[in-house]
Design a protein around this ligand. Sequence first.
Ligand SMILES: [Zn+2]
Ligand SMILES: [Zn+2]
Length: 427
Amino acid sequence: MSILEETRALAESGPVCDACLGRAFADRSFGLTNAERGQSLRIAAALDDDEPYEAVETETCWVCEGMCAEFDDWAERCAEAIEDVEVDTYQVGTRAPPLVEENEILLREGAGLPDDAGELFKSEFNREVGKRVGRLTGTEVDFTRPDVQFLLDLEADTVETQINSAFVYGRYRKLERDIPQTEWPCRECDGSGYQGKEPCDYCGGSGYLYEHSVEGFVAPVAMDVMDGVDAKFHGAGREDVDALMLGTGRPFVVEIMEPRRRNIDVERLEGDVNAMADGEIEVEGLRLATYDMVERVKKLDASKEYRAAVEFDDDVTAEDLQAALEELTGATIEQYTPHRVDHRRASLTRTRQVYDATGELEDARHATVEIHGEGGLYIKELVSGDEGRTNPSLAGILDTDAVVTALDVIAVEGEDEPFEDDEFFKN
Ligand SMILES: [Zn+2]
Ligand SMILES: [Zn+2]
Protein backbone atom coordinates (compact mmCIF):
# COMPACT_ATOMS: atom_id res chain seq x y z
CA MET A 1 0.00 0.00 0.00
CA SER A 2 1.14 3.53 -0.68
CA ILE A 3 1.23 6.08 2.10
CA LEU A 4 -1.87 7.72 0.64
CA GLU A 5 -3.77 4.46 0.60
CA GLU A 6 -2.73 3.89 4.17
CA THR A 7 -3.88 7.39 5.03
CA ARG A 8 -7.28 6.68 3.52
CA ALA A 9 -7.56 3.44 5.45
CA LEU A 10 -6.79 5.25 8.72
CA ALA A 11 -9.12 8.14 7.97
CA GLU A 12 -11.99 5.81 7.14
CA SER A 13 -11.77 4.02 10.48
CA GLY A 14 -13.99 6.67 12.01
CA PRO A 15 -13.50 10.29 12.98
CA VAL A 16 -9.74 10.62 13.38
CA CYS A 17 -8.07 13.92 14.19
CA ASP A 18 -5.11 15.23 12.19
CA ALA A 19 -2.70 14.59 15.06
CA CYS A 20 -3.68 10.93 15.44
CA LEU A 21 -3.48 10.52 11.67
CA GLY A 22 -0.10 12.19 11.32
CA ARG A 23 1.33 10.40 14.33
CA ALA A 24 1.11 7.04 12.59
CA PHE A 25 3.57 8.37 9.98
CA ALA A 26 5.81 10.34 12.34
CA ASP A 27 8.80 8.17 11.46
CA ARG A 28 8.45 8.77 7.72
CA SER A 29 8.71 12.53 7.47
CA PHE A 30 10.22 15.19 9.66
CA GLY A 31 9.96 18.86 10.41
CA LEU A 32 6.21 18.94 10.93
CA THR A 33 3.92 18.52 13.89
CA ASN A 34 1.79 15.40 13.69
CA ALA A 35 -1.28 17.57 13.17
CA GLU A 36 0.35 19.34 10.20
CA ARG A 37 1.50 16.05 8.75
CA GLY A 38 -1.95 14.50 9.24
CA GLN A 39 -3.65 17.39 7.54
CA SER A 40 -1.37 17.44 4.50
CA LEU A 41 -1.66 13.66 4.10
CA ARG A 42 -5.42 13.91 4.33
CA ILE A 43 -5.48 16.55 1.58
CA ALA A 44 -3.05 14.62 -0.62
CA ALA A 45 -5.04 11.42 -0.19
CA ALA A 46 -8.26 13.17 -1.18
CA LEU A 47 -6.69 14.71 -4.31
CA ASP A 48 -5.13 11.40 -5.24
CA ASP A 49 -8.51 9.73 -5.08
CA ASP A 50 -10.22 12.50 -7.04
CA GLU A 51 -12.44 13.18 -4.09
CA PRO A 52 -13.14 16.60 -2.68
CA TYR A 53 -11.04 17.20 0.43
CA GLU A 54 -13.07 17.22 3.58
CA ALA A 55 -11.76 19.05 6.57
CA VAL A 56 -11.48 17.16 9.86
CA GLU A 57 -14.87 16.12 11.03
CA THR A 58 -16.24 17.91 14.00
CA GLU A 59 -16.99 14.62 15.71
CA THR A 60 -14.62 13.70 18.49
CA CYS A 61 -11.61 11.64 17.39
CA TRP A 62 -12.21 8.03 18.37
CA VAL A 63 -8.50 7.34 18.93
CA CYS A 64 -7.51 10.09 21.36
CA GLU A 65 -11.04 11.07 22.36
CA GLY A 66 -10.21 14.65 21.59
CA MET A 67 -7.17 14.85 23.86
CA CYS A 68 -4.88 16.01 21.05
CA ALA A 69 -6.81 19.27 21.04
CA GLU A 70 -5.92 19.92 24.69
CA PHE A 71 -2.18 20.60 24.56
CA ASP A 72 -2.66 24.27 25.34
CA ASP A 73 -4.82 23.56 28.38
CA TRP A 74 -2.33 21.14 29.86
CA ALA A 75 0.53 23.54 29.26
CA GLU A 76 -1.34 26.30 31.04
CA ARG A 77 -1.98 24.04 33.99
CA CYS A 78 1.75 23.25 34.19
CA ALA A 79 2.65 26.93 34.03
CA GLU A 80 0.15 27.73 36.77
CA ALA A 81 1.55 25.00 38.99
CA ILE A 82 4.94 26.73 39.07
CA GLU A 83 3.73 30.29 39.08
CA ASP A 84 5.58 31.12 42.31
CA VAL A 85 8.54 28.81 41.74
CA GLU A 86 11.77 29.80 40.08
CA VAL A 87 12.88 27.18 37.55
CA ASP A 88 15.20 27.30 34.56
CA THR A 89 14.54 23.87 33.08
CA TYR A 90 11.61 21.47 32.84
CA GLN A 91 10.56 18.09 31.58
CA VAL A 92 7.06 16.80 30.81
CA GLY A 93 5.96 13.20 31.21
CA THR A 94 2.56 11.81 30.28
CA ARG A 95 0.62 8.90 31.66
CA ALA A 96 -1.55 7.91 28.71
CA PRO A 97 -4.97 6.36 29.33
CA PRO A 98 -4.84 2.61 28.59
CA LEU A 99 -7.86 2.95 26.33
CA VAL A 100 -6.09 5.47 24.08
CA GLU A 101 -3.06 3.20 23.86
CA GLU A 102 -5.34 0.35 22.79
CA ASN A 103 -7.03 2.59 20.23
CA GLU A 104 -3.62 3.48 18.80
CA ILE A 105 -2.99 -0.19 18.09
CA LEU A 106 -6.48 -0.78 16.68
CA LEU A 107 -6.09 2.20 14.34
CA ARG A 108 -2.83 0.85 12.93
CA GLU A 109 -4.01 -2.73 12.67
CA GLY A 110 -7.09 -1.59 10.76
CA ALA A 111 -4.87 -0.08 8.06
CA GLY A 112 -2.38 -2.94 8.00
CA LEU A 113 0.35 -0.91 9.71
CA PRO A 114 2.65 -2.31 12.40
CA ASP A 115 1.38 -1.74 15.96
CA ASP A 116 4.22 0.63 16.68
CA ALA A 117 4.17 2.57 13.40
CA GLY A 118 4.99 6.23 13.81
CA GLU A 119 5.20 7.68 17.26
CA LEU A 120 3.65 6.94 20.64
CA PHE A 121 0.73 9.05 21.77
CA LYS A 122 2.51 9.94 25.00
CA SER A 123 5.66 11.02 23.16
CA GLU A 124 3.66 13.52 21.14
CA PHE A 125 1.95 14.70 24.30
CA ASN A 126 5.26 15.21 26.09
CA ARG A 127 6.70 17.16 23.21
CA GLU A 128 3.68 19.28 22.31
CA VAL A 129 2.81 20.22 25.88
CA GLY A 130 6.51 20.66 26.64
CA LYS A 131 7.03 23.16 23.80
CA ARG A 132 4.11 25.19 25.07
CA VAL A 133 5.32 25.07 28.68
CA GLY A 134 8.69 26.38 27.51
CA ARG A 135 7.03 29.26 25.66
CA LEU A 136 4.69 30.13 28.52
CA THR A 137 7.34 30.08 31.24
CA GLY A 138 10.49 31.08 29.38
CA THR A 139 12.28 27.91 30.47
CA GLU A 140 14.17 25.22 28.63
CA VAL A 141 13.60 21.50 28.33
CA ASP A 142 16.16 19.27 30.04
CA PHE A 143 15.89 15.50 29.69
CA THR A 144 18.50 14.65 32.29
CA ARG A 145 18.00 16.64 35.48
CA PRO A 146 15.39 19.39 35.06
CA ASP A 147 14.50 21.80 37.85
CA VAL A 148 10.88 20.73 37.58
CA GLN A 149 9.20 17.59 36.28
CA PHE A 150 5.55 17.52 35.33
CA LEU A 151 3.58 14.32 35.13
CA LEU A 152 0.34 14.66 33.20
CA ASP A 153 -2.12 11.97 34.21
CA LEU A 154 -4.70 12.28 31.45
CA GLU A 155 -7.20 9.84 32.88
CA ALA A 156 -7.06 11.23 36.43
CA ASP A 157 -7.01 14.75 34.98
CA THR A 158 -4.13 15.83 37.22
CA VAL A 159 -0.75 17.52 36.85
CA GLU A 160 1.80 16.23 39.34
CA THR A 161 4.70 18.61 39.86
CA GLN A 162 8.06 17.58 41.22
CA ILE A 163 10.51 20.35 42.08
CA ASN A 164 14.03 18.95 42.10
CA SER A 165 16.69 19.97 44.60
CA ALA A 166 19.08 22.88 44.20
CA PHE A 167 22.72 22.63 45.31
CA VAL A 168 25.21 25.05 46.80
CA TYR A 169 28.88 24.11 46.90
CA GLY A 170 31.44 25.63 49.22
CA ARG A 171 34.32 24.95 51.62
CA TYR A 172 34.13 25.29 55.37
CA ARG A 173 36.65 25.90 58.08
CA LYS A 174 35.94 24.90 61.64
CA LEU A 175 37.58 27.32 64.01
CA GLU A 176 36.36 25.91 67.33
CA ARG A 177 36.42 22.40 68.72
CA ASP A 178 33.47 20.19 69.62
CA ILE A 179 31.44 21.07 66.59
CA PRO A 180 30.31 18.03 64.60
CA GLN A 181 29.95 18.39 60.86
CA THR A 182 26.33 17.27 60.81
CA GLU A 183 23.63 17.61 63.40
CA TRP A 184 23.97 14.87 65.94
CA PRO A 185 20.73 13.85 67.60
CA CYS A 186 20.90 12.99 71.31
CA ARG A 187 21.02 9.22 71.73
CA GLU A 188 19.21 9.30 75.07
CA CYS A 189 16.05 10.92 73.73
CA ASP A 190 16.50 10.14 70.01
CA GLY A 191 16.55 13.81 69.22
CA SER A 192 13.13 14.55 70.70
CA GLY A 193 14.51 16.60 73.59
CA TYR A 194 12.22 14.79 76.02
CA GLN A 195 12.31 11.78 78.26
CA GLY A 196 8.70 11.09 78.95
CA LYS A 197 7.25 14.49 79.69
CA GLU A 198 10.45 15.88 81.20
CA PRO A 199 13.14 17.66 79.19
CA CYS A 200 15.98 15.25 78.46
CA ASP A 201 18.75 15.58 81.08
CA TYR A 202 21.41 14.38 78.75
CA CYS A 203 21.06 17.06 76.08
CA GLY A 204 19.35 19.71 78.17
CA GLY A 205 16.22 19.37 76.08
CA SER A 206 17.81 20.53 72.82
CA GLY A 207 17.57 17.09 71.21
CA TYR A 208 21.17 17.45 70.05
CA LEU A 209 24.35 16.16 71.57
CA TYR A 210 26.19 19.29 70.48
CA GLU A 211 24.63 22.69 70.46
CA HIS A 212 26.14 23.66 67.13
CA SER A 213 27.18 21.86 63.96
CA VAL A 214 28.55 22.94 60.59
CA GLU A 215 25.33 21.73 59.02
CA GLY A 216 23.32 23.66 61.59
CA PHE A 217 25.01 26.91 60.61
CA VAL A 218 24.81 26.37 56.85
CA ALA A 219 21.72 24.38 55.94
CA PRO A 220 18.92 26.40 57.59
CA VAL A 221 20.24 29.68 56.18
CA ALA A 222 20.51 28.24 52.66
CA MET A 223 17.09 26.65 53.01
CA ASP A 224 15.61 29.93 54.08
CA VAL A 225 17.13 31.92 51.22
CA MET A 226 16.06 29.33 48.64
CA ASP A 227 12.69 28.89 50.31
CA GLY A 228 12.94 25.10 50.37
CA VAL A 229 11.20 22.50 52.52
CA ASP A 230 14.28 20.66 53.78
CA ALA A 231 18.07 20.66 53.46
CA LYS A 232 20.79 18.06 53.55
CA PHE A 233 24.50 18.58 54.13
CA HIS A 234 27.02 16.51 52.16
CA GLY A 235 30.63 16.84 53.28
CA ALA A 236 33.74 15.60 51.49
CA GLY A 237 34.64 13.31 54.38
CA ARG A 238 34.62 14.65 57.92
CA GLU A 239 37.05 15.48 60.68
CA ASP A 240 36.65 14.39 64.29
CA VAL A 241 34.23 16.44 66.34
CA ASP A 242 37.11 17.74 68.44
CA ALA A 243 39.38 18.55 65.49
CA LEU A 244 39.63 21.96 63.89
CA MET A 245 39.34 22.25 60.11
CA LEU A 246 41.73 24.94 58.93
CA GLY A 247 43.60 25.98 55.79
CA THR A 248 41.49 26.26 52.64
CA GLY A 249 38.68 24.31 54.25
CA ARG A 250 36.75 21.18 53.43
CA PRO A 251 34.45 20.94 50.37
CA PHE A 252 30.74 20.41 50.94
CA VAL A 253 27.46 20.62 49.10
CA VAL A 254 24.23 21.65 50.74
CA GLU A 255 21.15 20.29 49.00
CA ILE A 256 17.91 22.25 49.24
CA MET A 257 14.76 20.25 48.66
CA GLU A 258 11.87 21.74 46.68
CA PRO A 259 13.32 25.24 46.51
CA ARG A 260 11.15 28.08 45.27
CA ARG A 261 14.23 30.22 44.61
CA ARG A 262 17.33 29.00 42.78
CA ASN A 263 19.31 31.87 41.35
CA ILE A 264 20.26 33.33 44.67
CA ASP A 265 23.07 35.69 45.54
CA VAL A 266 25.68 33.27 46.87
CA GLU A 267 27.96 36.00 48.18
CA ARG A 268 25.16 37.26 50.32
CA LEU A 269 24.41 33.73 51.51
CA GLU A 270 28.08 33.35 52.41
CA GLY A 271 27.93 36.57 54.42
CA ASP A 272 24.74 35.48 56.19
CA VAL A 273 26.15 32.08 57.16
CA ASN A 274 29.37 33.60 58.45
CA ALA A 275 27.52 36.25 60.43
CA MET A 276 25.33 33.57 61.99
CA ALA A 277 28.31 31.31 62.82
CA ASP A 278 30.07 34.22 64.51
CA GLY A 279 33.58 32.80 64.16
CA GLU A 280 32.78 29.20 65.16
CA ILE A 281 32.90 28.14 61.53
CA GLU A 282 33.48 29.97 58.27
CA VAL A 283 32.40 29.19 54.72
CA GLU A 284 33.87 30.47 51.48
CA GLY A 285 33.73 30.06 47.73
CA LEU A 286 29.98 29.35 47.66
CA ARG A 287 28.66 28.59 44.16
CA LEU A 288 25.48 27.17 42.72
CA ALA A 289 26.31 23.60 41.74
CA THR A 290 24.79 20.81 39.71
CA TYR A 291 23.41 17.55 41.05
CA ASP A 292 26.61 15.77 39.93
CA MET A 293 28.58 17.74 42.48
CA VAL A 294 27.03 15.74 45.33
CA GLU A 295 28.48 12.45 44.14
CA ARG A 296 31.77 14.13 43.45
CA VAL A 297 32.00 15.53 46.94
CA LYS A 298 30.93 12.31 48.60
CA LYS A 299 33.47 10.27 46.65
CA LEU A 300 36.39 12.57 47.31
CA ASP A 301 39.00 10.60 49.19
CA ALA A 302 41.37 13.51 49.42
CA SER A 303 44.70 13.43 51.13
CA LYS A 304 44.83 15.53 54.29
CA GLU A 305 47.35 17.36 56.35
CA TYR A 306 46.98 17.28 60.09
CA ARG A 307 48.60 19.02 62.99
CA ALA A 308 48.50 17.09 66.24
CA ALA A 309 49.53 17.98 69.77
CA VAL A 310 51.02 14.81 71.24
CA GLU A 311 51.71 13.81 74.84
CA PHE A 312 54.17 11.00 75.72
CA ASP A 313 54.20 8.78 78.82
CA ASP A 314 58.01 8.72 78.95
CA ASP A 315 60.65 11.30 78.13
CA VAL A 316 61.50 11.50 74.44
CA THR A 317 64.57 13.12 72.91
CA ALA A 318 64.48 15.39 69.87
CA GLU A 319 66.70 12.92 68.00
CA ASP A 320 64.40 9.99 68.71
CA LEU A 321 61.35 11.98 67.63
CA GLN A 322 63.02 13.01 64.34
CA ALA A 323 64.09 9.44 63.67
CA ALA A 324 60.59 8.14 64.35
CA LEU A 325 58.99 10.75 62.07
CA GLU A 326 61.47 9.89 59.33
CA GLU A 327 60.53 6.26 59.70
CA LEU A 328 56.86 7.13 59.33
CA THR A 329 57.43 9.29 56.25
CA GLY A 330 56.54 7.20 53.22
CA ALA A 331 55.44 4.28 55.39
CA THR A 332 52.41 2.14 54.64
CA ILE A 333 50.28 1.89 57.75
CA GLU A 334 48.06 -1.07 58.59
CA GLN A 335 45.04 0.00 60.56
CA TYR A 336 42.46 -2.30 62.05
CA THR A 337 39.16 -0.44 62.53
CA PRO A 338 39.74 1.70 65.63
CA HIS A 339 37.94 1.08 68.91
CA ARG A 340 36.36 4.51 68.90
CA VAL A 341 34.88 4.19 65.43
CA ASP A 342 31.25 3.27 65.02
CA HIS A 343 30.88 -0.36 66.00
CA ARG A 344 28.25 -0.94 63.37
CA ARG A 345 30.92 -0.47 60.76
CA ALA A 346 32.51 -3.73 59.63
CA SER A 347 35.91 -4.24 61.20
CA LEU A 348 38.73 -4.72 58.79
CA THR A 349 42.38 -4.01 58.36
CA ARG A 350 43.19 -1.43 55.76
CA THR A 351 46.38 0.17 54.57
CA ARG A 352 47.01 3.86 54.17
CA GLN A 353 50.06 5.83 53.15
CA VAL A 354 51.83 8.47 55.21
CA TYR A 355 53.23 10.95 52.67
CA ASP A 356 55.09 13.13 55.12
CA ALA A 357 55.60 13.43 58.87
CA THR A 358 57.44 16.28 60.58
CA GLY A 359 57.41 17.74 64.05
CA GLU A 360 59.10 19.32 67.01
CA LEU A 361 59.40 18.63 70.70
CA GLU A 362 57.90 21.23 73.03
CA ASP A 363 59.47 19.51 76.02
CA ALA A 364 60.44 15.91 76.85
CA ARG A 365 56.80 14.82 77.11
CA HIS A 366 55.11 17.04 74.50
CA ALA A 367 55.44 17.50 70.75
CA THR A 368 53.60 19.03 67.80
CA VAL A 369 53.62 16.84 64.71
CA GLU A 370 52.34 17.48 61.21
CA ILE A 371 51.27 14.55 59.11
CA HIS A 372 50.25 14.48 55.48
CA GLY A 373 48.41 11.23 54.84
CA GLU A 374 46.22 9.43 52.38
CA GLY A 375 42.45 9.87 52.68
CA GLY A 376 41.08 7.62 55.42
CA LEU A 377 44.23 7.47 57.55
CA TYR A 378 43.33 7.58 61.25
CA ILE A 379 45.73 10.06 62.83
CA LYS A 380 44.95 9.53 66.51
CA GLU A 381 45.65 5.83 66.06
CA LEU A 382 48.77 6.49 63.99
CA VAL A 383 50.11 8.31 67.04
CA SER A 384 48.85 5.99 69.81
CA GLY A 385 49.06 2.64 68.01
CA ASP A 386 45.54 1.87 69.27
CA GLU A 387 46.73 -1.02 71.46
CA GLY A 388 48.58 -2.64 68.59
CA ARG A 389 45.75 -2.27 66.10
CA THR A 390 47.66 0.32 64.03
CA ASN A 391 51.15 -0.53 62.73
CA PRO A 392 53.61 1.07 62.57
CA SER A 393 52.77 3.94 64.93
CA LEU A 394 54.60 6.80 66.59
CA ALA A 395 54.11 5.19 70.03
CA GLY A 396 55.32 1.84 68.75
CA ILE A 397 58.49 3.24 67.18
CA LEU A 398 59.30 5.33 70.28
CA ASP A 399 58.32 2.47 72.58
CA THR A 400 56.21 4.66 74.86
CA ASP A 401 52.54 5.45 75.17
CA ALA A 402 51.51 8.51 73.15
CA VAL A 403 48.22 10.28 72.82
CA VAL A 404 46.85 13.09 70.67
CA THR A 405 45.58 15.90 72.88
CA ALA A 406 44.51 18.24 70.05
CA LEU A 407 44.06 17.61 66.35
CA ASP A 408 43.56 20.03 63.49
CA VAL A 409 43.08 19.38 59.81
CA ILE A 410 45.19 22.00 58.10
CA ALA A 411 44.51 21.06 54.48
CA VAL A 412 42.18 18.90 52.41
CA GLU A 413 43.61 18.35 48.97
CA GLY A 414 41.95 16.75 45.98
CA GLU A 415 44.33 14.74 43.84
CA ASP A 416 43.72 16.91 40.80
CA GLU A 417 42.07 20.07 42.09
CA PRO A 418 38.78 18.49 41.09
CA PHE A 419 36.31 20.78 42.71
CA GLU A 420 36.54 23.99 40.86
CA ASP A 421 35.74 22.65 37.37
CA ASP A 422 33.15 24.89 35.78
CA GLU A 423 31.11 22.03 34.41
CA PHE A 424 29.89 21.28 37.92
CA PHE A 425 28.60 24.77 38.55
CA LYS A 426 25.65 26.81 37.45
CA ASN A 427 27.19 30.23 37.96
ZN1 LIG B 1 -7.06 12.07 17.89
ZN1 LIG C 1 18.34 14.23 74.79
